[in-house]
Design a protein around this ligand. Structure first.
Ligand code: GDP
Length: 237
C-alpha cells in the first residue's frame, strides 16, 4: 500500500493557535478553486471522497489536516480565487495562509495545483512568492492534462519553466490527470522524498508511466543553503 492510501481526516484549523504541535513532518496542497486539488488528493489517496471533507460547510476557509501513517500529515489549504470581495481574500491570506506558509516549521514542501490550461495566475504567483522565501521546495501539478494535446503540453511546460526561471525559483513540474490517473507515481515519489518515507509503489499503469514528463532543473545548491539556514529539516521529525 502506498503512503497516501493510509490517509485519514485528522483536524480542521481556523486559527494559527489551533495548529497541531510541531512534531510531525507535513506537506501542503494549495491551488486556485476548481484547479482540481480535491480530485488530485482523492486520486493519490485512492479514496473517492477524502478531500471533500475540506469542502464541507465551515471548513472551506480552513487548513484541513489529514494524517498519513508513520506520523506524517498532509494539509489541504483553502482554495483561493473565488472569495466574494478583495477584503475577504486579504483577510484569509494575511491571517492564516501566509503565516502558515512562511513560518510553519514542520512544513517541508508545497504542492501547488494549477489547471494546465491556465497556469500561473496572479494568486498562484503570490503564493509562490511567499513560499519561496522559505527556501523549501515547490512541486507543481499541472492538472487536467487530459485536456491538452501533446503540442499544448510541450508549450505549457516551456512557458511554466520559463516563468520559474524568470522568478529565479526552482520548482519541479509535472503533468497530472485525475481523470486518466496520470502522474500518480511521480507525485508520490516527490512526496515520499520530502516526508522522508519509504515509498511502496503501487504497480504503475501505462497511463501513469506516460505522465513522466520533463521537470524544471532545480538549483540544489541554493536550496540546500536555505534549508540549513532555516533549520526546518532538523526540527521536523
Ligand atoms: P478543487 O476546487 O481544486 O478541489 O477542484 P476539484 O477537484 O473539485 O475539480 C474541479 C472540477 O475539475 C471538477 O468538475 C472535476 O471533475 C474537474 N477535474 C478535476 N481533475 C480533473 C482532471 O484530471 N481532468 C478533467 N478533465 N477534469 C478534472
Amino acid at each position: 500500500m502506498s503512503l497516501f492510501q493510509k490517509a485519514a481526516f485528522y483536524t480542521t484549523v481556523a486559527h494559527l493557535r489551533d495548529l497541531p504541535p510541531e512534531s510531525r513532518r507535513e506537506v501542503a496542497f494549495a491551488g486556485r478553486s476548481n484547479a482540481g486539488k480535491s480530485s488530485a488528493i482523492n486520486v493519490l489517496a485512492n479514496q473517492t471522497r477524502l478531500a471533500f471533507v475540506s469542502k464541507t460547510p465551515g471548513r472551506t476557509q480552513n487548513l484541513n489536516y489529514f494524517s498519513l501513517g508513520d506520523d506524517r500529515f498532509f494539509v489541504d489549504l483553502p482554495g483561493y480565487g473565488y472569495a466574494k470581495a478583495p477584503k475577504d481574500i486579504r483577510a484569509q491570506w494575511e491571517g492564516l495562509l501566509a503565516p502558515y506558509l512562511i513560518y510553519r516549521n514542520p512544513l517541508v514542501g508545497l504542492v501547488l495545483i494549477m489547471d494546465s490550461r491556465r497556469p500561473l495566475t496572479d494568486l498562484d504567483q503570490r503564493m509562490i512568492g511567499w513560499f519561496s522565501q522559505t527556501g523549501k521546495p515547490i512541486h507543481i501539478l499541472l492538472t487536467k492534462a487530459d485536456k491538452l494535446t501533446r503540442r499544448e503540453r510541450a508549450e505549457t511546460m516551456t512557458k511554466v519553466n520559463a516563468a520559474f526561471m524568470e522568478m529565479k525559483i526552482g520548482a519541479s513540474v509535472q503533468f497530472f490527470s485525475s481523470l486518466k490517473r496520470e502522474g500518480i507515481a511521480e507525485a508520490e515519489e516527490k512526496l515520499c522524498e520530502w516526508l522522508e518515507i519509504a515509498n511502496e509503489p503501487r504497480a504503475a499503469t501505462a497511463s501513469e508511466n506516460s505522465g513522466k514528463l520533463e521537470k524544471t532543473p532545480t538549483p540544489r545548491v541554493a536550496r540546500q543553503k536555505n534549508r540549513s539556514a532555516k533549520g526546518w529539516s532538523a526540527r521536523a521529525k
